[in-house]
Write a protein that binds this ligand. Structure first.
Ligand code: ZN
Ligand code: ZN
Length: 91
């Protein structure tokens, strides 16, 4: 994972401050960004992550992956380097 990845709500730009604000259906509360949206208590993998309204967010749900800013750029770079190396092999 590259260091320049920022985590923020894709809808309002709210940045999680490291608090344990996400509650699982099993009753466990934790910081979902520490575990890539997987509940550490029961192992449930959450696809969507809610923005925390009472901490200044917008309360809307977004796909967990969309919260990682810079990940698309990083993926693009990775794909480009893969492409470049396979082209180098061909020639
Ligand atoms: Zn759980
Ligand atoms: Zn938000």
């Amino acid at each position: 994972m590259p260091a320049d990845i920022k985590i923020e709500c894709p809808k309002c730009g709210w940045e999680p401050d490291g608090g344990a604000y996400w509650a699982c259906t099993c009753g466990h509360t934790w910081n979902t960004f520490e575990t890539a949206a997987r509940c550490p208590a029961c192992g449930k993998q959450w696809k969507d992550t809610q923005c925390i309204g009472w901490r200044g967010g917008c309360d809307r749900m977004s796909p967990h992956i969309d919260w990682y800013k810079g990940l698309d750029d990083w993926l693009d770079e990775e794909l480009k380097s893969v492409k470049t190396s396979s082209e180098t092999l061909k020639s």
